[in-house]
Design a protein around this ligand. Sequence first.
Ligand SMILES: [Zn+2]
Length: 194
Amino acid sequence: MTRALLVVDVQNDFTEGGSLAVDGGAEVAARITEHLRDRRGEYAHVVATRDHHVDPGGHFAEVPDYVDTWPAHCVVGTGGEELHPRLDRGPIEAVFDKGEHAAAYSGFEGRADGVALADWLRARGVDAVDIAGLTADHCVRATALDAVREGFAVRVLLPLTAGVAAATTEAALDQLRGAGVELTGDVHRPVRHS
Ligand SMILES: [Zn+2]
């Protein structure tokens, strides 16, 4: 197997202090950096995706429902769109941007220098992907399901993910299992400080 690591949407707006922050997001960034420090050799390639919004229409809402509509996030040209500083950019060979003018949950909707993610991976002989990043119940879920559809063997590294909400994360994990995705470890559940 020729395996790649896909780092999904580890961006400032999805981490603590961002406009659509997920508990544990910054720690996920740090854990992915550790994972790559220890296990870079298991991957032929490492790539990242970014939510990259200009005017995504109904994806943003003044009063979001946090299911289909969201506060403005990852707007092109803002710091919120940048990859989190605790994510080591060194190993990342290409960044695939998605969602300029519409919601795009899956990294497979992304392009880097005009090349779609699936084409980029296949051109390099990749047939298996590990997926990490944010969020487990939305963009990681959608990216993993598309990876299966595109014919890759897929693992989601649960300790290197975090979800928006417990119920939607559980539902996502059931859906991924049903689709043939291998789930490794336990989903990261940060301690809430209130
Ligand atoms: Zn978005």
